[in-house]
Ligand binder design. Structure first.
Ligand SMILES: NC(=O)c1ccc[n+]([C@@H]2O[C@H](COP(=O)([O-])OP(=O)(O)OC[C@H]3O[C@@H](n4cnc5c(N)ncnc54)[C@H](OP(=O)(O)O)[C@@H]3O)[C@@H](O)[C@H]2O)c1
Length: 411
């Protein structure tokens, strides 16, 4: 699609945090399909040198950031091998300070925050503090530091546009009416691969089964979080912060077709829904073009085809992490930061085959019960609580793993 002269005049510049991940790759596809929309200023990733190399050659950013010096050196070698003339190389950088630098530089209008976990927090927070437009996919930012980030959004008049499909759906629905007359937000959940699996059978599900999400193709952490419904719990927390609702005003409903993304209920009982194909490029493009809407490279729903959509309540007994998320948001303070940190460690242990699927919830619950709640006042406080919670969760996961080992038989 050719850009119009008017569009070219308005071309903005973008830093993409997490460019090699599922959201990052989809974001670049949106940029690719809308050549007049954004120029890529910086690409930032962790360790995937092969993918960022291809992205650099195609999008020619001014800066490329990787997680650590070893990856940066690998990228320099790969650029050399690629034959890309040196004058076309981006500046190479690494580590958390470089993430902050590319997110706060005055040349950048918008930051897409799509790093997984708290590694993306500081850069996202600093971009908000400069009043930039931030497209937020990284839900851990609000789960771990919601109070801090939303206070900064208000103080600096930043535009925080949700890319998570459910929150993006809520954002779209809320444009239709008066926020004060909305009584409820309803977030849908696919239910994940174990929607119909019995509690007993959950004991023996494998990482491969848990990674087999029925409707969405995503990174590993969020895919396992979708299987435990922890992801939906994080989304409840994220929704409370983004739209200023109490946890009791945010409902979750299982909708296996993942086509209705969110609904809002008005005080008179009328409900509005946001419906679109299961394709993350729609919410990404919405954040990039808001308040306008452009043609998006996503399939449209064909209403000539017969279809049916199911809705059912979630099972808090089989998926206790969803309930725990509500409780943590109600508790406030550092509870949700610990929830996120402990879950990340427990998911890692499960993926490594060390603990069972139900043990993910057990590790998270016990970590929460052992960590004192406190009021974080800075990104530094959050990172400290995150570190302590991880250490606690790690030791509890090791204990769980040891308890699950069969006792060796002595000769
Ligand atoms: N995927 C979805 O459909 C979806 C939907 C809604 C929300 N989200 C949220 O969006 C975020 C990203 O999800 P995803 O599915 O795209 O995850 P993903 O595929 O695992 O990608 C994660 C990205 O973060 C980068 N990264 C990790 N650690 C880093 C570090 N220390 N420094 C710099 N970059 C680092 C990774 O780089 P390397 O791969 O190069 O190591 C990768 O680019 C998550 O918070 C997730 O909950 C995702």
């Amino acid at each position: 699609m050719m850009a119009s002269a008017a569009q070219l005049l308005e071309m903005k510049s973008l830093t993409l945090l997490g460019s090699t991940g599922s959201i990052g790759v989809n974001s670049l596809d949106v940029v690719r399909h809308n050549p007049g929309l954004y120029r890529v200023y910086a690409l930032a990733a962790g360790r995937n040198v092969d993918v960022i190399l291809k992205q650099i050659i195609e999008f020619q950013p001014e800066v490329a950031v990787l997680a650590a010096p070893a990856e940066m050196n690998r990228l320099a070698a790969a650029l050399s091998d690629s034959g890309l003339p040196r004058q076309n190389w981006p500046e190479l950088a690494c580590g958390p300070a470089a993430l902050v630098a590319v997110s706060t530089v005055s040349a950048v209008d918008m930051v897409i925050s799509a790093i997984v976990g708290v590694a993306g927090l500081e850069a996202t927070y600093e971009a908000v503090c400069l009043g930039k437009r931030v497209g937020l996919a990284n839900k851990e930012v609000l789960v771990s530091a919601g109070q801090l980030v939303m206070t900064a959004v208000a103080a600096h008049h930043a535009e925080l546009l949700p890319i998570d499909s459910e929150h993006n759906g809520v954002h779209q629905c809320l444009r239709a009416g008066n926020r004060d007359q909305v009584s409820k937000l309803i977030l849908t959940a696919s239910g994940g691969p174990f929607r119909n699996t019995s509690k007993h059978a959950l004991q023996s599900v494998t990482p491969a089964q848990a990674l087999n999400h029925p409707t969405w193709k995503m990174g590993k952490r969020i895919t396992i979080d979708s299987a435990t419904l922890m992801n939906k719990g994080f989304e409840v927390i994220e929704a409370c912060w983004l739209f200023d609702f109490a946890p009791a005003q945010v409902d979750v409903v299982i909708h296996p077709q993942s086509t209705v993304h969110a609904m809002i209920e008005y005080s008179d009982g009328s409900v509005l829904a946001q419906i679109s194909a299961t394709d993350m490029r729609m919410p990404i493009q919405y954040a990039l073009t808001w308040p306008e809407r452009w043609q998006a490279p996503v399939p449209k729903i064909d209403w000539k085809e017969a279809r049916h959509w199911d809705f059912e309540p979630p099972d808090f007994d089989r998926f206790p992490l969803l309930k725990l998320a509500y409780q943590c948001q109600q508790t406030g303070g550092s509870a949700t930061c610990t929830l996120n940190a402990a879950d990340e460690i427990a998911v890692e242990s499960f993926l490594n085959g060390e603990i069972s699927f139900p043990a993910i919830a057990a590790v998270v619950e016990e970590t929460l019960s052992r960590m004192a709640n406190r009021q974080p006042r800075s990104v530094g406080d959050i990172l400290e609580i995150d570190k302590e919670s991880r250490a606690m969760a790690r030791s509890l996961a090791v204990r769980q793993a040891a308890a699950a080992q069969p006792v060796p038989v002595r000769a």
